[in-house]
Design a protein around this ligand. Structure first.
Ligand SMILES: Nc1ncnc2c1ncn2[C@@H]1O[C@H](COP(=O)(O)OP(=O)(O)OP(=O)(O)O)[C@@H](O)[C@H]1O
Ligand SMILES: [Mg+2]
Length: 259
């Protein structure tokens, strides 16, 4: 398969096993500039494993992963972290930086040549502003609530100025206001900077609203992929999650109601 010029991230035929357990089977996906790609599927279907393969934490048994047309196998950690920002699921607080500001500034590390510049500091402040955590800048990182931690780590990924954001359940710890705020910020960032985002989502209605495309995983295989409104139909939702759903146009957009 040739690399389409517009494809920022291409995952092609990825197979991954934990020991003798097949976790990912022939997974293919493309992330395009200016779009949020939703990675959807039930607990244990392989979503986090997929993101870890893309971020080179895990190595697939087969298949290729390319960023901007370059195989990640050929990139070292620094090169990769200039291209990919990763916000993990249930982010562990093992970061050795005392304050929120310093954690966000760490996002600049792949770009810093000798010492932190005013530009790096400005970018870090702007990212904190975008994620609504500026008021927490001098607070200790290990004293934050889960939702605050998640937003600080999002700010760090934004400060990293990458081509592709990998987000593992970015809204899982957030209250209703921040679920919408954070998704809107990701959307405007992706569109404004023409970067790509792959976001694992469990809230199908939020995915319907914010993801331009979606990949629906079932037991490590892609069951459906394409425009989110085509992927998330009641048949696919029933097949993968085993629940009935209704899709209805309420206040001008398609909404998913799980029955
Ligand atoms: N370190 C590991 N060793 C062995 N098996 C693992 C390991 N990590 C995950 N698995 C298994 O791999 C499968 C996929 O896990 P993964 O974490 O990718 O699922 P997920 O889709 O992200 O689920 P969730 O929605 O619960 O976050 C699961 O069956 C899980 O038990
Ligand atoms: Mg997961």
């Amino acid at each position: 398969m040739g690399y389409g010029l517009d494809v920022l991230l291409r995952v092609d035929g990825v197979v991954f096993n934990y020991g003798s357990t097949n976790v990912l089977q022939d997974v293919c996906l493309d992330a395009l500039p200016g779009e949020i790609l939703g990675i959807l599927g039930p607990n244990g279907s392989g979503k986090t494993t997929m993101l870890r393969c893309i971020n080179k934490i895990l190595t697939p048994k087969q298949g290729t992963i390319a960023i901007d047309g370059v195989d990640i196998e050929k990139m070292d950690r620094i090169e990769l972290s200039r291209k990919i920002g990763y916000v993990p699921q249930n982010s562990v607080q093992d970061i050795c930086a005392p304050t929120v500001y310093e954690v966000v500034l760490m996002g600049r590390r792949p770009h810093i040549a000798w010492e932190v510049s005013d530009k790096d500091r400005d970018i870090a402040w702007k990212a904190m502003e975008e994620m609504g955590v500026k008021h927490l800048s001098s607070k200790r990182f290990d004293h934050l609530s889960s939702g605050q931690t998640q937003r600080v780590l999002m700010a760090r990924a934004i400060a990293q100025e990458v081509k592709v954001l990998l987000l593992d359940e970015p809204t899982s710890n957030l209250d209703v206001r921040y679920q919408i705020d954070v998704m809107k910020t990701i959307q405007s960032l992706v569109r404004g900077k023409n970067i790509g985002a792959c976001s694992v989502m469990h809230d199908l209605d939020l995915a319907m609203r914010f993801c331009d495309k979606a990949v629906l995983l079932s037991e490590g295989r892609v069951l459906a992929a394409g425009r989110t409104e085509d992927v998330l139909n009641p048949d696919n939702i029933k097949k993968v999650y085993g629940v009935d759903s209704v899709i209805d146009n309420i206040y001008g957009r398609e909404r998913i109601l799980i029955m």
